[in-house]
Design a binder for this molecule. Structure first.
Ligand code: HSE
Length: 343
């Protein structure tokens, strides 16, 4: 399987590391032969149809150079769109930074990949939040697979859990703690009785929250993930503008104390409510509810017709964890292609 990587940040590095580890292990259970043939970044690309060495990519990055500085295979200045169009590969892995205003540049990369008959794996929530129904249709129209496991739950297989483990059941509702940063802030406020501002500063120091933390604390990140769950698991056709959204800025220590006296706490929950409306808001939940995880953990509860409530818990972020989700998606595509060949 030949892969073009678009974006080479923390997740990108995780992807090349994981793929080379699996490749050298020659693990028969995985049975696929992944080869990164191009990596495109903002400054250009590095291209080798025989496959690129992750160690060499890492060495160039460590030296403070753009990857296109590779003396042998570097192509400074070449645009990612041209790399996607011109380099022969089966899959494009799109892992550029998230942009929820325009979804660019990821949106153009994904569309270009579809148009040139390449399957796409992404961890980028932007295009999905703004245009998921249109993108899934476009993938179908072009007869390619589109996978995005790492967009919800990081390395925790939230989407696969619902789609595969609960197959045949009917999922009636979804609610989840989908953002580690806000969960950390609310947990710190409640457990250590510190203010929202102090908890936010600690989250920033620890590298959980962005310097401009609105994406997390105003609930945008949770809203994007709720959109993905609504479309992929419940078959809705919704985008970010359909989400009713409230962040955690107004949650006070007094609110948390009052909840605590009743055996509850407050969490930022993304849910698809009983009227099928995607909603993100701080919600009071019992401390004994399986959804009530603390720190940076994520948890999602699926309300099912037969299996009743099923909750999956795990880390919702992290470079290597999210890269693991990319590997799962690549394997899924590989299995689907193999099954197609058999029929
Ligand atoms: N900023 C997100 C979080 C991780 O705090 O959960 C990326 O989705």
């Amino acid at each position: 399987m030949r892969i073009i990587l678009v974006g080479y940040g923390v997740v990108g590095k995780g992807v090349t590391t994981i793929l080379s580890r699996r490749y050298t292990e020659k693990n028969k259970n995985f049975g696929f032969n992944p080869k990164v043939v191009a990596v495109a970044d903002v400054d250009g690309a590095v291209i080798n149809p025989q496959g690129l060495s992750p160690d060499k990519l890492e060495e160039i990055k460590q030296g403070g150079y753009p990857i296109s500085a590779d003396p042998e295979f570097g192509c400074p200045g070449i645009k990612a769109l041209n790399v996607i169009k011109e380099v022969e590969a089966e899959v494009v892995v799109e892992i550029t930074p998230v942009n929820i205003k325009t979804a660019e540049p990821a949106m153009s990369h994904i569309v270009q990949a579809f148009k040139t008959g390449k399957h796409v794996v992404t961890t980028n929530k932007g295009p999905l939040a703004l245009a998921m129904p249109a993108l899934t249709e476009l993938a179908q129209y072009n007869n390619v697979y589109f996978r995005f496991s790492g967009t919800v739950g990081g390395g925790t297989p939230v989407l696969e859990f619902a789609k595969r483990c609960l197959a045949g059941d009917q999922i009636l509702g979804i609610k989840g703690i989908l953002n580690g940063t806000t969960n950390y802030i609310l947990s710190e406020m409640s457990q250590n009785r510190i203010s929202f501002q102090d908890a936010l500063s600690t989250a920033q120091k620890l590298g959980y929250a962005e310097r401009e933390p609105s994406m997390d604390i105003d609930g945008f990140d949770t809203a994007c993930k709720t959109v993905i769950l609504a479309n992929w698991i419940l078959g809705q056709k919704v985008t970010l503008k359909d989400v009713e959204r409230t962040g955690i800025r107004e949650v006070s220590l007094q609110d948390l104390d009052r909840a605590s006296k009743l055996g509850n706490t407050i969490k930022l929950v993304g849910a698809i409510d009983d009227k099928n409306k995607p909603v993100v808001k701080p919600v009071e939940i019992s401390k004994t509810n399986p959804l009530c995880v603390s720190g940076v953990l994520n948890a999602v509860t699926f309300q099912c017709e037969f299996a009743a409530e099923q909750t999956i818990v795990g880390r919702g972020a992290g470079g290597i964890e999210t890269a693991g989700a990319v590997l799962r998606d690549l394997l899924d595509i590989r299995h689907k292609l193999a099954a197609k060949l058999l029929t």
